[in-house]
Unconditional design. Structure first.
Ligand code: SAH
Length: 219
């Protein structure tokens, strides 16, 4: 592995291990998720000037008014998505830095990720290449519509919050599939888990969260 990927000092494996220990103390139980986060170097997903803060448990700016999600929330959403067993094909709305997609790529067969800001998408693509992650497909588009060409998905995750659940996403969920996303206006968002059965969609409303809003259209 190159020294940039490996990291030193505040970006070293030891620092990454400390973050994983913290996530365990905060209640993340899935060993698979913890291992994936131990492996993926988060400092690659932020600008160099912020690399020394990459293993703090906080969201960080990635430009274009967007943020890389807090590690705890990445771990939590991934754990919820995979709670009932492994998933094959997962769609992510809001590629952003690409960190969440990279973590998912270690845990599922194929990740499909869409992003409305072209510049962010291009950077994420370069990072996946640098890390040798080959099971991620990217698309520059408005994710409110999902990605019909590859539907249905066994899992769907959104990392930006719409005011209400987009119906197009529910329609692209396979029977038995799971969708986890923040829903609601800024200041009043809750994490929602939908499980699709043959007859209906079951909804669980989970914890309060704080995500950037899902914005319509491309940029
Ligand atoms: N998963 C990202 C989090 C990025 S923040 C990470 O790990 O870094 C959420 C992202 O959703 C932003 O990059 C934002 O541009 C994107 N986004 C917002 N509305 C969108 C939409 N309608 N379609 C696709 N992406 C959207």
């Amino acid at each position: 592995m190159s020294s940039r990927l490996q990291g030193i000092g505040m970006t070293s494996q030891r620092t990454r291990n400390r973050l994983v220990e913290r996530l365990m103390r905060e209640g993340i139980r899935s060993q698979a998720v913890l291992e994936a986060m131990r492996e993926i170097p988060r400092h690659i997903f932020v600008d160099e000037a912020l690399a020394s803060r990459a293993y703090e448990d906080t969201a960080l700016p990635i430009g274009h008014g967007q943020t890389i999600s807090q590690p705890y929330i990445v771990a939590r959403m991934t754990e919820i998505l995979l709670r009932d067993g492994p998933l094959r094909r997962v769609l992510e709305i809001g590629t952003g830095s690409g960190y969440q997609a990279a973590v998912l790529a270690r845990l599922v067969e194929e990740v499909f990720t869409v992003e409305r800001v072209g510049a962010l998408q291009r950077k994420a693509r370069r990072r996946f290449r640098e890390l040798g992650l080959r099971n991620i497909r990217l698309r520059h588009c408005d994710g409110m519509e999902g990605w019909r060409g590859y539907a249905p998905f066994d899992g769907i995750m959104a990392t930006a919050a719409p005011p209400e659940l987009p119906l197009a996403l529910l329609e692209q969920l396979a029977v038995g599939g799971r969708l986890v996303m923040p829903v609601g206006r800024p200041g009043a968002q809750r994490l929602v888990l939908i499980t699709r059965t043959a007859e209906a969609c079951e909804q669980e409303v989970l914890e309060t969260v704080s995500f950037v809003p899902l914005v319509a259209g491309e940029a």
